[in-house]
Design a protein around this ligand. Structure first.
Ligand SMILES: Cc1ncc(COP(=O)(O)O)c(C=O)c1O
Length: 409
């Protein structure tokens, strides 16, 4: 990418935006009147203009006019078609990915299926895994929670049934080594499930190349599918015949519309379906996925790297003196697309930023996350947001906000 490495002043941020090959994609997103600086695309991505149009068409034409006829042409195939596109994003084959249900439900399906493959009870994970993942895993076997990857690797043995990790840590933004961990797990005969929620759509992934067994991930973060857009589920082709969906339902049947009282699972990835797909919740996702594929994952990763590097440089220069620390890895290759800042009053700072037109997010107990979505975040936005945070800290503008949180944000 020809983007020059941005330095710290606003003029340089402007120059970096001018040279940015991905800048044109910003115009493809809906921006409200308020001129908000949105740094929370790692939680809920922005709405694409094409996604908005598609959603409206789905309501007016497909449902409003077409009614039940929608199932006859497009709706039944949607989860698979979106899955084929996500397969390109995560480095899988077209027949290995489906869009359905939530990430939590898909993880439940996979861990339950995986624990039946062999007679091993132990599941290994990391303490910083996303809580929903931990809740599901602990219900599926004997969960052993490790503090570090090194500890996890040391504890792998013939008792380990499954290793389940989130590829990019939702708190620190640390990216774990997919190849190393998958290979180590396979050496002791364990299966691996990766949660790709904070990686998919923002960096190139190669699940097939690394022989990943199974994966899940959200589509409403960097893939911009919208609030509650269903998640994806990936199963390596060779493993599929050995896995059973624990939530049997008619959509996972080999012939759903035969209404056969006897369950016969599909032989394809559709065996992991259960019930009726949420058609409207999938509508905005397809144009958003097309945009990611057009932008290209290498280019997205390069810009994401420059954006996170820029945040870190600005924080080091201006905010460290106010007690702000960086919790994300310093090494770019080990960092995802958000930067985690630590401060004892992170929640108050988050509220003050929102009040002043900058939306980041907060994670307990003291992390302020700056999410950089390279497909629409600009360098100038980063500069202005960090400058706002500097002003808030310098003028103690956060002092008046509550110290504990009352609601989601
Ligand atoms: C890493 C990770 N895994 C799982 C989830 C839960 O996803 P869902 O609500 O779709 O089950 C999230 C939600 O933010 C997440 O960040």
């Amino acid at each position: 990418m020809s983007t020059p490495k941005p330095s710290l002043g606003r003029a340089l941020a402007e120059a970096a935006d001018k040279a940015d090959e991905l800048a044109k994609f910003r115009n493809e997103f809906v921006f409200g009147e308020e001129n908000i600086i949105y740094l929370d695309g790692n939680s809920l991505g922005r709405l694409t203009k094409k996604g908005q149009q598609k959603l409206l068409r789905s309501i007016d034409e497909e449902w409003g006019t077409g009614l039940i006829r929608g199932w006859g042409h497009d709706w039944l195939l949607l989860g698979r078609r979106l899955g084929d596109k996500i397969a390109q994003i995560i480095g899988a084959k077209a027949n290995e990915v489906l869009v359905s249900d939530s990430t939590s439900i898909n993880l439940f399906k996979l861990i339950s299926a995986a624990m039946k493959v062999h007679n091993r009870k132990v599941i290994l994970t990391l303490a910083d895994n996303f809580p929903s993942d931990l809740y599901i895993l602990e219900n599926a076997g004997e969960l052993r929670i490790m503090k570090t990857v090194e500890q996890l690797l040391e504890n792998l043995n013939e008792d380990t049934g499954v290793v389940s990790l989130t590829h990019t840590c939702y708190k620190t933004g640390q990216v774990f080594d997919m190849h190393l961990i998958t290979e180590a797990a396979h050496k002791v005969g364990a299966l691996v499930i990766w949660d790709l929620s904070h990686s998919a759509g923002v960096m190139p992934l190669q699940v097939d190349k690394h022989f990943v067994d199974m994966a899940v991930g959200c589509t409403y973060k960097y893939m911009n599918g919208g609030p509650g857009s269903p998640a994806f589920i990936f199963v390596r082709e060779e493993l599929l015949p050995h896995l059973e969906n624990p939530i049997r339902g008619w959509f996972g049947h080999a012939d759903p519309f035969s209404f056969n009282p006897e369950y016969k699972p599909a032989e394809t990835i559709e065996k992991f379906l259960t019930g009726t797909p949420p058609v409207l919740s999938m509508a905005a996702l397809e144009p958003a996925l097309d945009m990611i594929l057009e932008a290209g994952l290498d280019r997205l990763r390069k810009k994401s790297f420059l954006l996170t590097e820029y945040v870190i440089a600005l924080v080091q220069e201006r905010l460290v003196k106010y007690g702000v620390e960086i919790a994300s890895p310093a090494e770019g290759g080990k960092r995802g697309s958000h930067v985690a800042l630590m401060h004892p009053e992170a929640w108050k700072l988050t509220q003050a930023l929102i009040k002043h037109g900058v939306i980041p997010d907060f994670r307990e107990p003291n992390i302020l996350r700056i999410g950089l979505a390279p497909i629409y975040t600009s360098f100038v936005e980063v500069f202005d947001a960090i400058t706002m945070l500097e002003t808030i800290l310098a003028e103690n503008l956060h002092a008046k906000f509550p110290a504990t949180r009352q609601s989601v944000s």
